[in-house]
Design a protein around this ligand. Structure first.
Ligand SMILES: O=C(NC/C=C/[C@H]1O[C@@H](Sc2ccncc2)[C@H](O)[C@@H]1O)c1cc([N+](=O)[O-])cc(O)c1O
Ligand SMILES: [Mg+2]
Length: 214
């Protein structure tokens, strides 16, 4: 039967990237998606904004919601110090299988803990199961209608501390209007929009960075 898009993306990584070289993995995926087959990775343009926020926060603990093929997982992990922890949640087991191989090809498996399941189920278990006190950085890139409920759930579970940063992809396209309204108008957050484009296209999109004020 026909292969899936994530399988074709992984094949491009294994063919064109050097094992153990995360930058070559990122480059191989971006070239595949730009010139061969579009896929919903954060991409190179928004990826540079992601990189700058990760470097600025210099997080010890990161949560990523929505692993997909592991593109942003690799971008983030590459910038983390060796003792930092990146937990990434993925609902679709077929995507998780691909993401684990992409992360391994990039040599980042030490820093990454990919957990299969849904954010709604797993966020309340973060403290007890993973020994997480709070997250310094959360990258939201999963189902767009889960951004707001999951932000509120993280607040309720005490997973956000003063200065914790939420960085959300796709706040314009496909969009997450209820989330955007919440973080921009809640006294609990200081929010900032980074204008960019939908990955590999000229369509407007952007990242919203929201600092939790405690
Ligand atoms: O739909 C988009 N993203 C949804 C991503 C969803 C990812 O997160 C889990 S769901 C999950 C994971 C964890 N917990 C709960 C659910 C899915 O299995 C997928 O791996 C999207 C769409 C476009 N686009 O142009 O259409 C562009 C983008 O950048 C996008 O991110
Ligand atoms: Mg996205």
């Amino acid at each position: 039967t026909r292969s899936t898009r994530p399988q074709r993306l992984l094949a491009a990584v294994q063919k064109n990237a050097t094992r153990g070289d995360p930058r070559s993995v990122v480059k191989a995926i971006d070239e595949f998606c730009r010139y061969t087959e579009w896929a919903m990775n954060v991409g190179d343009e928004k990826g540079c904004i992601l990189d700058s926020v990760v470097s600025e926060v210099n997080p010890a603990t990161v949560l990523e919601l929505g692993t997909y093929c592991g593109y942003s997982t690799v971008r983030i992990a590459t910038l983390l110090p060796p003792d930092a922890k990146l937990i990434t949640l993925e609902f679709n087991p077929d995507f998780a299988v691909i993401a684990r191989q992409v992360i391994a090809w990039a040599g980042q498996e030490e820093k990454v803990h990919l957990v299969e399941g849904s954010s709604g189920d797993l966020i309340p278990k973060m403290k007890e199961q993973f020994g997480v006190k709070s997250f310094d950085l959360v990258f939201l890139d999963h189902w767009k209608d889960r951004y707001l409920p999951d932000a509120k759930l993280m607040e309720e579970c005490g997973l956000l501390g003063k200065g914790s940063v939420l960085l959300a992809d796709n706040v314009i396209c496909p969009g997450s209007p209820d989330y955007l309204d919440y973080v921009r108008n809640s006294p609990k957050y200081r929010s900032q929009y980074f204008k960019s484009h939908l990955e590999y296209t000229k369509v407007e999109d952007g990242l919203e960075k929201s600092v939790f004020l405690g």
